[in-house]
Design a protein around this ligand. Sequence first.
Ligand SMILES: [Zn+2]
Length: 169
Amino acid sequence: MAATPISTAYSSLMSAYEILNGLLKLEIGAEVRGRIVELQELIVSAQLDTLSAQAAQTELSEQMRALEEEMARAKAWEAEKQRYSLTQLPSNGFVYTLKSEERGAEPAHDICIHCYQQGRKEILRSRGTAYGIETLACPSCGAQTETGTYKTVAQEPLESFGSPDPRSG
Ligand SMILES: [Zn+2]
């Protein structure tokens, strides 16, 4: 353990105790001997107090380190969440979508709104698509939402034939 003011105080008290032990070996009267023993009891009590103080200080240091980690995590999440925007799906459900300007090399994806509220990023996974409706599920909290628009099998060729491309306008 690194030397701290507390551990130094403990060592000094130990030295004082040893010095008094040396005095007890000398020819001294019973009254002085009695006072030396009293002094030694006080020193032992003070040493126990330094041990308590050391334990309290260790606990405080651990709490501070945990708080620092928590703060760093919160700061990182605060930056990460700015990369997503709330999107309403055709089903009226909501997801957070990675902003296109933030995409870079990442594939487009959505994250769970429930986990987002808890300060966690959980990428929604597709559970499959049926009749144009894709079911998205959160692997962490299990929340599900649907996206896409319902279409019957018969309508699919018509859509590719007739619908105007929304990106061209
Ligand atoms: Zn979730």
